[in-house]
Design a protein around this ligand. Structure first.
Ligand code: PEP
Ligand code: MN
Length: 277
């Protein structure tokens, strides 16, 4: 089904073949295959100690990929904006020390250039989902792209955004459901798990969930991560921090290393229950 047909609410076509998106030179991480991929790391890269201990904790818990923002799209201009270049260096060091590839965000066309040189996967954040110049630029570089859903984007708008990337030649795209704005103030956003089965019927792109940004609350991350796996997600991305209370960014939603280990075990059980690994 073409994206423009989504807009007309036509009947869904039978599930298209799922695309396998490979990350990391040798293709060691695959989204859209049998295995559900766990991605973990700090919201923002802050210090060497924070990034390296997080990377080790991620690996211990069974994560196959690291995350961490070097460039941060913050709501307030007074909030920590990320380390920039030194943040990228720490991500490269974490990859060297663990062998795990990393995803990090490009917040504009200029940062995309640097991020695409270093990162194994380029993240386009919710606030940039309709930054069409950035989407086109992401389509002209060769790294796989994680496209997060916009704060109040419909599935059709999200798929059109993916189309901007694909049209330039890069179809290595993973969609990330990270919660949408609703009237409920108890959580940061509302995790829309229906996105998984509905997009599965409408697109070939793998779909993952980010229960950290979706809920904004560490207590809700574990159950929503498991719900995502049960619902057919191809991956789960979570924020972690060695000392969540001291985090410069999104501390309330960061899991401790011990909680991440428990989550890794829970994900293994749920994945097995739904025929995944
Ligand atoms: C992030 O993953 O660090 C992030 C900023 O997420 P989002 O774009 O979903 O808010
Ligand atoms: Mn964050």
């Amino acid at each position: 089904m073409k994206v423009n047909e989504l807009m007309t609410h036509q009947a869904l076509s039978p599930s298209p073949t799922k695309l396998c998106v490979k990350v990391g030179g040798a293709g060691e991480v695959v989204f859209g295959g049998h295995a559900v991929v766990l991605i973990a790391g700090p919201c923002a890269v802050e210090t060497e100690h924070q990034m390296m201990t997080s990377a080790q904790a991620a690996q211990r818990a069974g994560a196959k990929m690291l995350r961490g923002g070097a460039y941060k799209p913050r709501t307030s201009p007074h909030a920590f904006q990320g380390l920039g270049e030194p943040g990228l260096a720490l991500l490269r060091q974490a990859r060297r020390e663990t062998g795990l590839p990393f995803v990090t965000e490009a917040v504009c066309v200029e940062t995309l250039k640097r991020v695409a040189e270093d990162a194994d996967m380029v993240q386009i954040g919710a606030r940039n989902m309709q930054n069409f110049a950035l989407l086109r630029a992401a389509g002209r570089q060769s790294r796989p792209v994680m496209l997060k859903r916009g704060l109040s984007a419909t599935y059709a708008e999200w798929l059109f955004a993916a189309e901007y990337i694909a049209m330039e030649g890069n179809t290595q795209i993973v969609l990330c459901e990270r919660g949408i704005r609703t009237y409920e103030p108890a959580t940061r956003n509302t995790l829309d798990l229906s996105a998984i089965p509905i997009l599965r019927m409408q697109t070939s792109y793998p779909v993952i969930v980010d229960p950290s940004h979706a809920t904004g609350r560490k207590e809700a991350v574990h159950p929503m991560a498991l719900a995502g796996v049960a619902g057919g997600a191809d991956g789960v991305m979570v924020d972690i921090h060695p000392a969540p209370k001291e985090a410069l960014c999104d501390g309330p939603q960061a899991l401790s290393f011990a909680s991440l280990l428990t989550l890794g075990e829970g994900m293994r059980d749920v994945a097995a229950a739904v025929g995944r690994a």
